[in-house]
Design a protein. Sequence first.
Length: 376
Amino acid sequence: MSYLFNAPQTIIHGAGASRELLPQLTRIGARRVFFVTDPFIESTGLVQALAAPLHQAGLAVAVFSAVQPDPTVQTVLDGLAELTKHDADVVVAVGGGSSIDAAKAIAVLRTNEGPLHKYMGYHKIPNAGLPVIAIPTTAGTGSEATKVTVITDTELNVKMMILDAHLMPAIALVDYELTLSMPPALTAHVGVDTLTHGMEAYVSQKANVLSDPLALSCIELVSKHLQTAWQEPTHREAREGMSLAACLGGLAFTNSSVCLVHGMSRPLGVQFHLPHGLSNAVLLPTVTQFSVSGALERYAMIARAMDIAQVDESDEAASAALVAGLERQNRSLKIPRLRDCVGVDQSTFEQVLEKMAADALASGSPQNNPTVPTAN
Ligand code: NAD
């Protein structure tokens, strides 16, 4: 048996890592830099602060700051037009998963013919894109260390998952200081997203010897730090732990896979306009309950890694404790229940169920689940 492992060429993790941008740009010989970010991050002055030493070093800089949560094909095309005008040779993403994903798609469309949707799915992008340097400001998606981009096609009303090694950022600068400003709700949503990455990578049918240690470390770190980061936003050790967890979770799932939670959360998010982390969080306990019988030992290991079960407890008892622990965690992080966040009545919900189930299965993620679901 052999395993493939992809990762950024360089990851710099820790306080002040984002200040390594200029040395890294110099190292790769970049001259014309294209920042991709969202309007909120731009309003904080972060991009200007990152760009100042670049200007001084004589690099040409342009900023595209129109990325919205769950970026659309149109946003990517707008960004591509700006990038082409600037004749950039490197893309620097500053923001959450939305900015990093938009940057990845823009970077590969510079060297690959559109439309983007023809690359939906696995390993279809023929040419390497421009190098991407990812600087995450949330601790959640791990996109800085994944070969995935998620872009919404508003015409088909579908969140496209595109996976290809050409989407892996060249460099990730993981600076937890940039996450200190996250409010508690965002911290909770992206934090449970991270936990979901670790868990799904570990129970996936594609789990392997290279992804397992990363997945378990991710799970342990979330269990140790998420509650504190949520309660005390400026707690540096907790923020550092969560930033590391997110990066490790990204590395884990991109070299294993995500499973049913992600398969279901993409259509749920697009249908009801729920943030990605929240739609994962509301599904995690129930999907775990559905799935445990397919990988009892692995779910029991997760419960032990989270200190929810003792080493001498049976796998059955540990897995049951895990489901209860995930429900308890959602309550303590004030994550609403699914029925409270979709905002429609039961019959309206049922009308869209069929499309959501079909879209979930078409993504391929549920087929990696330890218990494989059907549409019914
Ligand atoms: P996001 O990028 O959508 O940002 C959400 C909001 O948080 C935005 O308004 C943003 O301005 C704000 N924000 C970002 N950093 C902040 C900070 N430090 N302080 C205060 N506010 C801040 O959120 P996300 O959860 O990081 O990304 C979600 C997107 O990532 C979804 O589109 C999802 O599908 C995608 N995703 C991608 C991967 C991947 O591997 N490529 C994995 C999981 C999710």
